[in-house]
Design a protein around this ligand. Structure first.
Ligand code: SF4
Ligand code: SF4
Ligand code: SF4
Length: 341
């Protein structure tokens, strides 16, 4: 039976700690030559230029006629690489003085998360939120359709988009077609690479590392068609978890509970009830026209809890039952014999 996993990131609980990014990196890249500068899970600050820089304007996905669009292939510099540069690690870690982290051959101009925590707006109404991004394991993966060697495929049991590395000839059409720019070119192995959904863990009922390790309990994983799962309820029942840039038309399977910023503060110091600091038009640009309704539902359910009434939605998002974040993948990683297939 074909099944589709989905992820839900609650942006009201993400604290931008990057644990998910590092969990992924440590698990999949330690012994992989050429993967040093890949970040399959990246957590950017919004508003910001993102990773790779200005990726949202690079194109890809499907046009209105359903034809795959070959957009731009991001350069290593746009991903934040300074190819060939060595950094002053030793000085930073051993000097008695405060030393800034810098390439040894000059000033850095851009790097992964260069604009972290900058945000927008003026005090006291400045705002930002964190945006974790992984491959969306799209239902209509433009990367897969663009690949001329049929190296990419969608696996039936989990719905993850994977790559047969023996078939990949590294022509990077996938990277041009992916509108989320979540494919990285491995210069050593001369193939594209991207988040594999931690399928070897899911095969053993262990949750993906980015979900399992999140200290904010901000990420859910589960089967979209499992009606009792939080993923199904948040996406399909309450409709408070929305896809990122639905207009790219790839039908992503990563969803986001939109951030509820505090209300604005007027010049006289009073709270402007109902006027949130993150502008609604920014959220509509990110998550589409349904975001206002999603925020309305969240506000209504928060009010119910404040009045002492029950709210299944709030209980789910708070995460009293931590196993629910893991969907069916609740096995303890330490109990698994990873040597057997
Ligand atoms: Fe956000 Fe969780 Fe990732 Fe930390 S680990 S950045 S809280 S999603
Ligand atoms: Fe492909 Fe990009 Fe969708 Fe991932 S996010 S499945 S790489 S189109
Ligand atoms: Fe990395 Fe696994 Fe998360 Fe994908 S699902 S970003 S491979 S930790």
């Amino acid at each position: 039976m074909s099944r589709q996993i989905a992820f839900v990131f609650d942006l009201n609980k993400c604290i931008g700690c990057q644990t998910c990014s590092v969990a992924c990196k440590v698990l999949w890249h330690q012994e992989e030559p050429g993967a040093d500068e890949q970040w399959w899970c990246s957590v950017n600050t919004i508003p910001g230029r993102g990773t790779p820089r200005d990726w949202e304007a690079m194109g890809g996905g499907y046009d209105a006629q359903g034809k795959v669009v070959l957009g731009k292939n991001p350069t290593p510099e746009e991903f934040g690489s300074r190819s060939g540069s060595a950094y002053n690690w030793k000085e930073v870690h051993t000097s008695a003085e405060h030393v800034r982290f810098q390439p040894v051959d000059g000033e850095a101009e851009w790097a992964m998360n260069w604009d972290e925590d900058e945000g927008a707006g003026e005090f006291p109404n400045a705002y930002f939120y964190y945006m974790p991004r992984i491959c969306n394991h799209c239902t209509k993966p433009a990367c897969l359709e663009a690949c001329p060697t049929q190296a990419l495929y969608k696996r039936d049991d989990f719905g993850v988009v994977l790559r047969d590395e023996d078939r990949c000839e590294g022509n990077q059409a996938c990277a041009r077609a992916c509108p989320y720019k979540k494919i990285y070119f491995n210069k050593v192995r001369e193939i594209g690479q991207h988040c594999i959904g931690c399928f070897p863990r899911m095969e053993k009922n262990v949750a993906p590392a980015c979900v399992r390790q999140c200290p904010g309990r901000a990420v859910f994983v589960g089967y979209r068609d499992e009606e009792n799962s939080p993923v199904h309820k948040l996406v399909d029942q309450w409709e408070v978890a929305l896809p990122h840039h639905p207009e790219f038309n790839t039908e992503p399977n990563v969803f986001y509970v939109p951030p509820l910023a505090p209300f604005r503060v007027a010049p006289d110091g009073t709270i402007e009830e109902g006027e949130r600091r993150i502008p609604l038009d920014l959220l509509e640009t990110e998550f589409g026209p349904r975001v206002g309704d999603a925020i309305g539902t969240l506000e209504k359910e928060m009010a119910r809890r404040r009045n002492g009434e029950p709210s299944e939605l709030m209980d789910t998002l708070i995460g009293y039952r931590w196993e629910e974040f893991l969907g069916p993948f609740t096995a303890e990683p330490a109990d698994i014999d990873w040597r057997t297939s």
